[in-house]
Design a protein around this ligand. Structure first.
Ligand code: PEP
Ligand code: MG
Length: 589
């Protein structure tokens, strides 16, 4: 039966496909398709591991001491029974044979289906058997990985883990479009999906400008976050429409609804093709004002998309993505240098703005890296971004040296996130000097960089003169500026209705920053999501902004707005919006 689930629209477009439910606790298994010839091998892999686990348990049973509690023997019996469960075995075969899932994916998919049936059981004893099922599946998976199974206490295996960053690369061997449904996806995992073939995705949690949503937007596939119970309501393999414009999921759609959304999908494609014609058109307003359209990227490979969209440079390289989702080791100087150099070379002489690492808040490092954010009372207000860098000078110096070295290969700007205090500015400057001195002493070549600061804390926006004394340019991070001005966690869907880019206080801080930079002849851009929001383009132009940095996928739509705008005429209107009690109403008018 058709039903719908509402969430937040984070990435535009319509996706129609079958749901792949990736449960948080079972996500760190490989997900890929196997071709016809390999399906028998995959089924054999599961069978061999299952038989091995059965042998293990039988041996355990035989070796039980005479005085072992009776419950332990009974528990092992239950495990043996579950291992021979017909529904488990036939389900796994189905996913491998009919849907070409690899063995691990098939096993976890079938586990999810049976686990839900356990959840629905009236009888408490039977309901609790879900934990046993989880244990036996875990043992089979470990066996397939070639890892010995420890005896895990029921109910503790994998509980509460986020979707892992590993192995979610899919290769293209099936025609059925797939959409990913999960409780939560970390930004690092999202990055992995860039190389996959999911046509869209939906999560239960998350806000519009949380980093997971930002990465989804950069992939330019339809996405809905904050859809509360989507991962509970949607079942494995359900047909789902993801309406990324309306923030809506339609499950098991009727043929009429399918036809309607198929039509919308084609309209969207036509619109895209139309916008594509603007690719080589210079971004000039009607009254001849030149506007710089830059790209936000997460990885050096993203420069290809930036160039293809006609970006005139990279306005924000979120370097922290090089640091995330790694097990135990941060990128060393050489690895970072190579990554930055690759981005610079990918832009073929156009400028690249590399932001120093912004770890923390909703962008934690991998737990094993030893610097987990877990346990911080309030990570968005905690040891994040420049605070984290200044707390670990050797790590920061490594990055600074890598950026300076890469600057020998092209035009590089270095951007520092989340500064608020004069002391932080001075410490940062002194570490940059120190990095230069060490390179000089070692005779390592490096290049000049323009230095910029992110304005993303109200305290920074209110002390612009201090910032402009030290920095060559400023870049306004509206995502955080909104979060910190309005005290709204940008990743929390429960307060997402209060996350308001048009709040007069936010607009005032943005306007003052642009005006002060323009008055002093210093560069200023906006690199938060506001820059890629076509509803805000005219206002930002009217406030005097001439440099916008956004996901490559948004550049052409923003360019279209610019081509239709008369910047001179927008100025008094922008002033009106700024002084209005309800700026959003004026923007829509
Ligand atoms: C911002 O805060 O607006 C910004 C661009 O940085 P990030 O989204 O990575 O925090
Ligand atoms: Mg920020």
């Amino acid at each position: 039966m058709t039903f719908s689930v509402h969430g937040l629209a984070v990435s535009r477009g319509i996706a129609i496909g079958r749901a792949v439910l990736v449960a948080s606790s079972r996500a760190d298994v490989a997900h890929y398709f196997v071709d016809d010839a390999k399906t028998t091998d995959e089924i054999t892999r599961v069978r061999v591991s299952r038989n091995a686990v059965m042998e293990e348990i039988t041996r355990l049973q035989q070796d039980l001491p005479k005085d072992a509690p009776h419950e332990l023997a009974a528990l092992l019996d239950v495990h043996l029974m579950l291992l021979q469960d017909e529904q488990l075995i036939s389900g796994v075969k189905h996913w491998i044979t009919d849907r070409h899932y690899n063995a691990e994916w098939a096993l976890t998919t079938q586990y999810e289906i049976i686990a839900r049936q356990f959840d629905d059981m009236e009888d408490e004893y039977l309901r609790e058997r879900k934990a046993d099922l989880e244990q036996v599946v875990e043992r089979i998976l470990r066996h397939m990985k070639g890892v010995a199974s420890p005896v895990v206490p029921a109910g503790q295996a994998g509980a509460g883990r986020k979707l892992s960053e590993q192995d979610l690369l899919l290769d293209d061997t099936t025609d059925v479009p797939l959409v990913l449904v999960a409780h939560d996806i970390s930004p690092a995992d999202m990055l992995q999906f860039k190389q996959s073939l999911f046509a869209g995705f939906a999560t239960d949690v998350g806000g519009k400008t949380a980093h997971t949503a930002i990465v989804a937007r950069s992939m330019d596939i339809p996405a809905v976050v904050g859809a509360r119970s989507a991962s509970q309501l949607i079942k494995q393999d359900d047909w789902v429409i993801i309406d990324g414009d309306a923030g809506l999921l339609i499950v098991d759609p009727s043929p009429i609804i399918l036809a309607e959304y198929g039509f919308k999908q084609r309209q969207g494609e036509l619109e895209r093709q139309r916008l594509n014609r603007l690719k080589n058109t210079p971004a000039l307003t009607i009254d001849g004002q030149r506007v710089e359209l830059l790209a936000n990227i997460e990885m050096p490979e993203d420069t290809a998309g930036a160039v293809a969209a006609g970006a005139v440079g990279v306005g924000l390289f979120r370097s922290e993505f090089l640091f995330m989702g790694r097990t135990g080791r941060l990128p060393d100087e050489e690895e970072q240098y190579q990554a930055y150099r690759k981005a610079i070379e990918g832009m073929h002489g156009l400028p690249v703005t590399i932001r120093t690492v912004d770890i923390g808040s909703d962008k934690p490092l991998d737990k094993l890296a030893g610097r987990a954010q877990d346990g911080q009372l309030n990570p968005a207000l905690g040891l994040r971004a420049i605070r984290w860098s200044l707390a670990d000078p050797p790590m920061f110096l490594t990055q600074l040296r890598a950026i300076l070295r890469a600057a020998a290969h092209g035009q590089v700007n270095m951007l520092v996130p989340m500064l608020a205090h004069a002391s932080e500015i001075r410490q940062t400057m002194s570490l940059i000097d120190h990095a230069r001195v060490t390179l000089d002493n070692q005779g390592v070549p490096y290049g000049p960089v323009q230095l910029g600061a992110m304005i993303e804390i109200p305290a920074a926006a209110l002390t612009l003169k201090l910032f402009l004394k030290y920095f060559d340019f400023l870049s306004i991070g509206t995502n955080d500026l909104i979060q910190y001005t309005l005290a709204i966690d940008r990743a929390d869907e429960a307060v997402s209705h209060l996350y308001d880019p048009c709040h007069p206080a936010v607009l005032r801080l943005v306007a003052d920053t642009i005006a002060e930079c323009n008055a002093q002849g210093k560069g200023v851009s906006v690199c938060g999501e506001m820059a890629g929001d076509t509803a805000m383009t005219r206002l930002l132009l009217g406030l005097g902004l001439r440099s916008f940095s956004m996901h490559p996928s948004q550049i052409l739509a923003v360019k279209q707005q610019i081509l239709r705008a008369d910047a001179g005429k927008l100025q008094p209107w922008a002033e009106q919006v700024l002084n209005s009690e309800d700026p959003a109403a004026l923007l829509q008018a």
